[in-house]
Design a protein around this ligand. Structure first.
Ligand SMILES: Cc1cc2nc3c(=O)[nH]c(=O)nc-3n(C[C@H](O)[C@H](O)[C@H](O)COP(=O)(O)OP(=O)(O)OC[C@H]3O[C@@H](n4cnc5c(N)ncnc54)[C@H](O)[C@@H]3O)c2cc1C
Length: 302
């Protein structure tokens, strides 16, 4: 979708929103799949209510992009624009055991920055790519921990109320790859409360998690992490593996031969290829195990 209306272009300039026309989402997602659309880069949280009113008035639908590491985006010209927060400087401010972090901050950098200040707890998140905002949306986690456990406050744009609000930790429920945020809420910043821990102990935890990832995940290949959520008490990867589906492919979309719940773009896979592979694997798992696998990857269909 292209923004061309002069009134809207003038409104964006006034709000200091940067317009990047015809951006390829394949270049902005870890799967390397996706068509093109206009990208709007937001420099100030306070401009969001006005920006969304402008887009609504011009009947322009939008999606919200973090780091693009949990997304499968449709092919071709996309029927919506994409909004993304610009990272501020500084992106993290520490106050005792509290870390005030912008949603656009890189998650890995946040973990290491806090570690250098003897604040731990998030070691398991070290290899999870993407932004802090994306991690909040999905309640990212690994190796027995999840970001939600440390959230004390979230600054969020609530589309329903059309305003920025502060939510306390107890007002939000964080479950396995699921949160109580509304689908059109935009996380803008978070306050985390982290336990004090000596830097060298945190580093050792990080080393162990890195080692586990390196030994089990196709880290050099284009993926979006796990495609499916684990059903209660079971492992999606184990079921796919038991069915002998590692390396199954549709075009260049392939089930990783290293981790059966990672589907990789082994060349020039299209969204169509990847969706066909996902549907095929889901059907085979359902046939054998009677389990309907739910996507962990977020699909933005064209
Ligand atoms: C190699 C690899 C390993 C991974 N390992 C893990 C893992 O161990 N554990 C895990 O949980 N995940 C893992 N992932 C998946 C992914 O990295 C996480 O889900 C990550 O938190 C997504 O963040 P993102 O900023 O990239 O979000 P995006 O992919 O950009 O967006 C994902 C969803 O979040 C929404 N979103 C993003 N930012 C915001 C915001 N500020 N406000 C509101 N909504 C927002 C988007 O609209 C979209 O619906 C892995 C991915 C890869 C590629």
């Amino acid at each position: 979708m292209r923004i061309s209306e002069p009134k809207l272009l003038a409104g964006l300039a006034k709000l200091d929103v940067e317009l990047r026309q015809g951006t390829s989402l394949a270049d902005l997602t870890s799967l390397g799949i996706g068509g093109t659309t206009d990208l709007l880069r937001i420099k100030k949280h306070e401009s969001i209510p006005c920006l969304l009113r402008l887009l609504d008035d011009s009947h322009i639908p939008h999606k919200f992009l973090g780091g693009g590491s949990n997304l499968l985006v449709g092919d071709g010209e996309l029927p919506w624009v994409v909004l993304q927060l610009v990272r501020p400087d500084p992106e993290i401010v520490l106050e005792g055991n509290f870390a005030h972090v912008d949603a656009a901050a890189d998650l890995g950098r946040t973990v290491t920055f806090c570690a250098k200040h003897d604040l731990g707890g998030m070691e398991g998140l070290i290899g999870v790519p993407g932004t802090v905002g994306g991690a909040l949306r999905m309640n990212a986690g690994a190796y027995g921990m999840q970001i939600g456990s440390y959230v004390r406050e979230v600054k969020v744009y609530r589309a329903a109320a059309r305003q920025i609000e502060i939510l306390r930790g107890h007002q939000i429920s964080f479950e396995y790859r699921h949160t109580s945020f509304a689908p059109d809420d935009m996380m803008l910043a978070v306050t985390l409360e982290l336990p004090s821990k000596p830097f060298k102990d945190i580093l050792e935890g990080i080393r162990i998690c890195n080692e586990k990832r390196r030994s089990s995940q196709p880290l050099g290949q284009k993926s979006a992490g796990c495609i499916f959520k684990n059903p209660p008490g079971a492992s999606a990867g184990r079921m796919i593996d038991e069915l002998g589906l590692k390396s199954l492919s549709v075009g260049d979309a392939r089930v990783s031969d290293r981790h059966a719940n990672f589907f990789v773009n082994a060349g020039k896979a299209s969204a169509r290829d990847m969706l066909a592979l996902i549907a095929d694997v889901r059907e085979r798992v359902h046939k054998t195990y009677g389990v309907e696998l739910e996507n962990e990857v977020v699909v933005w269909n064209a």
